[in-house]
Design a protein around this ligand. Structure first.
Ligand code: GLA
Length: 374
């Protein structure tokens, strides 16, 4: 029983420029919002039912809003239902909802299709319930936090908050320099094209599953390392202490986190000076640290990075959680074709399925689509 006519809201996928596996360590991150977006056509209903459908999945999922939880409804619709659950938990009455999803954010590519889904629904609810949370950055940060709760508690993926933060708080032409310790953020202009450069995203199409044990194992290793060092999180760890007081795998994991936080600062500083060569160098160092110390890269991601650098990219790295998914490369516009061809050839030589490559510039965060009524 729809209460009003439907309208459409959308939210972007993301790539993280640098600051990987730092968000759940109270660290620093520097993501951009992608032009690719997930659209949610939403109307309220008065019968207490959430009804969800998508052009990407057969059938319609129905669940009473009062029954939403870790086991219900399960599957992809949990990302939508989790947002309803989180808003209800925050004291907002959600009477019932009909949601239809369309998206051009690739799924399973490490580009945060799940956060885009959550945030498109959160944006819709903010407007439909008159919460006004899209109006300023503080409200958007709050919606991002609720979407992270949805992902952790209902979809049961133990992610940090970076993806939801950028999907809500992203701005066209800018990267979000986010401090995950207190949620404070600064918009950093990011316009490589003005410097004759381009940002390439390569989806390796290799398997990527955050819900599997690897991501959670990295989180646990970081928490344990912080405990050993007697600090609340690795954000507060002294790099010299990491080397002196940790050993083996614990030292490697912690070393990645503390050096990566430092690289985010360096990258932001370099961007401030328009020094893209140095930005590229931080990308390369980040990838090496993720590959060798944090051990979340894979042969496909390493192949993209090596091929891109070999063909003239100024920097390249895996982006997102790792274990598959996507890599980014910063390259001179004049080398664009050569880099894309080199990556494709390297994949072909190794017998991998062809990757998907596309150029991106930062787009805006979540919001209402053009006033379209139906
Ligand atoms: C995934 C998670 C994020 C973050 C990255 C790694 O994308 O969803 O919270 O931890 O991995 O930086």
């Amino acid at each position: 029983m729809p209460l009003d006519t439907a309208a459409t809201w959308s939210a972007p996928g993301r790539v993280n420029l640098i600051g990987e596996h730092t968000d759940y360590n109270d660290g620093l991150v520097l993501p951009i919002a992608l032009p690719q977006r997930t659209h949610a056509r939403v109307s309220l209903r008065d019968d207490g039912i959430l009804e969800v459908s998508s052009t990407a999945a057969p059938g319609v999922v129905r669940v009473p809003v009062a029954q939403i939880g870790p086991e219900a409804p399960g599957g992809w619709a949990s990302y939508v239902a989790g947002v309803v659950w989180a808003l209800r938990g925050a004291g907002h009455d959600v009477p019932g909802l009909t949601v239809h999803i369309t998206s051009d954010v690739p799924v399973g590519a490490g580009l945060s299709s799940s956060a885009a889904l959550e945030c498109s629904v959160a944006a819709a609810l903010s407007d439909l319930l008159g919460l006004g949370l899209l109006a300023d950055d503080a409200g958007r940060a709050e919606l991002g936090r609720l979407c992270q709760l949805a992902e952790n508690e209902v979809a049961q993926a133990p992610t940090g908050g970076m993806d939801q933060a950028i999907a809500m708080r992203g701005r066209a032409g800018h990267a979000l320099f986010l401090d995950c310790r207190d949620g404070s953020a600064r918009q950093v202009p990011f316009d490589p094209e003005a410097h004759g450069l381009r940002l390439l995203v390569v989806d390796t199409r290799a398997k990527h599953a955050l819900v599997d044990g690897q991501y959670a194992a990295r989180r646990t290793a970081c928490i344990e390392a912080a405990q050993t060092l007697g600090v609340p999180s690795l954000r507060s760890a002294d790099p010299a202490d990491v080397e002196a007081r940790l050993t083996g795998t614990a030292r490697q994991r912690a070393r990645h986190v503390v050096t990566e936080i430092q690289r985010v600062r360096e990258c932001v500083e370099a961007l401030g000076h328009g020094d893209f060569a140095r930005v590229g160098a931080t990308f390369v160092a980040s990838h090496e640290s993720l590959r060798d110390d944090f051990e979340v890269s894979c042969i496909e991601l390493d192949t993209v990075v090596d091929a891109a650098l070999g063909a003239g990219a100024w920097g390249a790295r895996m982006t997102g959680g790792g274990f598959g998914g996507s890599a980014i490369a910063l390259l001179p516009a004049a080398s664009a074709d050569a880099v894309v061809a080199a990556v494709a050839e390297a994949f072909d030589l190794r017998g991998f399925d062809p990757p998907t490559a596309f150029f991106v510039a930062p787009g805006p965060g979540a919001g209402a689509d053009l006033a379209e009524r139906g």
